[in-house]
Design a protein around this ligand. Structure first.
Ligand code: C5P
Length: 215
C-alpha cells in the first residue's frame, strides 16, 4: 500500500504521515529532507543555492544514511531547499531513489507513506490513497514559529512570527509557481484542511479516508 501525503510547509503533513505510517505499519519517507540535505550540502560547501551545477552535484552525491536531521531544519536550509527543489535536474537526480523506496520499502514493510509536494502527482501517481493537507498561512506560521523557537532556544530570540510568515509565503510561492513538479493537489487527492484540527483529529480524519479508500 502506498499513501501519498502532499501539502505546503507546516501544514501538518509530516506529523500526520509519520502517525499514519505507524498506525498502518508502513515505511515512512520525508522527501522534504532530501531537498533539505541537498541544500545543506550546497551551503556547507560555501556555494550559492541558486548555482545549478553545485545543486546538481550535491543531489547526485546524496546519501540518505548521512542526513543530519538537526542541521537540515534551520530557516536558512528551508529557504535554500525550495531554491534547489525548483531545478528539474536536481529533482530528476533524486526521483528514482524515492520511487525505489515506495516500490521496495525497507524493513520488509508492506508499503510506504511518502510526504512531500509531488508524491501524488509525479513520484507515485498510482498511490492507493492521496492526501493533500492544507492549513491557513497564519496557522502554519504559528506552528512553525513554535517549532523553531522550541528547537533553537536563544538562537531564535530574534525571530518573530511575522518573519516566519514571510518566509513561508515566499517558499509557498516558489513551490506552487515553479515549472518543475509544482505543489498542487492530484486530481484524485482527498483534501484535508488541518487549520482547526488537533494532531489527533487530523490523524483520525486521514485514517477514516484511508480505511474507506483502501479497505
Ligand atoms: O517538506 P519540507 O518543508 O521539509 O520541504 C522543504 C522544501 O523541499 C520545500 O519547500 C520544497 O521546495 C521542497 N520539496 C519539494 N518536493 C518534495 C518535498 C520537498 O519540492 N517532494
Amino acid at each position: 500500500m502506498i499513501i501519498a501525503v502532499d501539502g505546503p510547509a507546516a501544514s501538518g503533513k509530516g506529523t500526520l504521515a509519520r502517525k499514519l505510517s505507524k498506525h498502518f505499519d508502513l515505511a515512512y519517507l520525508d522527501t522534504g529532507s532530501l531537498y533539505r540535505a541537498v541544500a545543506l550540502s550546497v551551503l556547507s560547501a560555501g556555494a550559492d543555492p541558486a548555482d545549478n551545477d553545485a545543486a546538481l552535484q550535491a543531489a547526485q552525491a546524496l546519501d540518505l544514511s548521512t542526513i543530519d536531521e538537526t542541521a537540515i531544519r534551520t530557516a536558512e536550509v528551508s529557504d535554500a531547499a525550495s531554491i534547489v527543489a525548483a531545478m528539474e535536474p536536481v529533482r530528476a537526480a533524486i526521483r528514482d531513489l524515492q520511487r525505489e523506496f515506495a516500490r521496495s520499502p525497507p524493513d520488509h514493510k508492506k508499503g510506504a507513506v511518502l510526504d512531500g509536494r509531488d508524491i501524488g502527482t509525479v513520484i507515485c501517481p498510482d498511490a492507493d490513497v492521496k492526501l493533500f493537507v492544507e492549513a491557513s498561512l497564519e496557522e502554519r506560521a504559528r506552528r512553525r514559529f513554535l517549532e523553531l523557537t522550541g528547537r533553537q532556544g536563544d538562537r531564535a530570540s530574534a525571530l518573530t512570527q511575522t518573519d516566519v510568515l514571510a518566509d513561508l509565503r515566499a517558499r509557498d510561492a516558489r513551490d506552487r509557481n515553479r515549472t518543475a513538479s509544482p505543489l498542487k493537489p492530484a486530481p484524485d487527492a482527498h483534501l484535508l484542511d488541518t487549520t482547526k484540527l488537533s494532531i489527533e483529529a487530523a490523524f483520525e480524519a486521514a485514517r477514516d479516508i484511508i480505511d474507506l479508500a483502501a479497505p
